[in-house]
Ligand binder design. Structure first.
Ligand SMILES: [Zn+2]
Length: 202
């Protein structure tokens, strides 16, 4: 077993300037909320997070911690990640919100694939169960929001077809799905396509 490295972060500034992708981000969130792929679980904890790359940089905007159930986000609900270190499970950010502890999972995808500019993490137990056998998956002992998850994702990009498939399941994170693409609409479409293909014919 690997030892647990606590997620830590440092706020570089207390606000972010309104960013262009916010409207697109809210549009994708509305669809995900309607489908129940993100929201608030039975224990009152928000789930699901989205991010968008900031131009062609390694920086990205990501929804803040505990925003899963909010119907509409404003810039104060998002942060801009401007530096990170996988080994230390650490990042630096701008914004009023607390960055999602899963931010480095998103960072690992941006780092592995320059063509990716948007990432969606949501929960779908049906699709998750299907993908476990058929699609790239992170190995079981690896928990979400750990350095090991970031390394595991980078490994998937080397050993699997995740770059072209644009979706993977997290074995150790029940119902956990990650889809990505050139933009949020693209990532959302990947998820919908896989859902259609995984649902049994009636
Ligand atoms: Zn999750």
């Amino acid at each position: 077993m690997s030892h647990y490295v606590k997620f830590t972060y440092q706020r570089a500034r207390a606000d972010i300037v309104p960013f262009d992708a916010l409207a697109e981000l809210n549009a994708s969130r509305r669809k995900l909320l309607e489908l129940g792929l993100m929201g608030v679980d039975s224990t009152g904890i928000g789930f699901g997070n989205l991010s968008v790359r900031d131009g062609v940089s390694r920086n990205f905007y990501i929804t803040g911690s505990a925003t899963g159930g909010l119907p509409e986000l404003t810039p104060t609900d998002c942060v801009r990640v401007v530096a990170y270190d996988f080994a230390r499970n650490w990042l630096r950010f701008e914004g009023a919100a607390v960055p999602s502890s899963e931010s480095l999972t998103h960072a690992a995808i941006y780092e592995s694939d320059p063509a990716t500019s948007a990432v969606i993490h949501c929960h779908d137990s049906g699709l998750w169960a299907t993908l476990l056998d058929r699609a790239p998956t992170t190995s079981k002992p690896v928990a979400y929001g750990t350095p090991e998850m970031a390394y595991e994702i980078m490994r998937l990009f080397k050993i699997s077809d995740v770059r072209s498939r644009k979706i993977f399941a997290m074995t150790g994170h029940e119902a956990g799905i990650v889809a990505f693409g050139r933009n949020l609409e693209d990532a959302f479409d990947v998820m919908m396509r896989e859902r259609r293909e995984s649902s049994p014919c009636i």
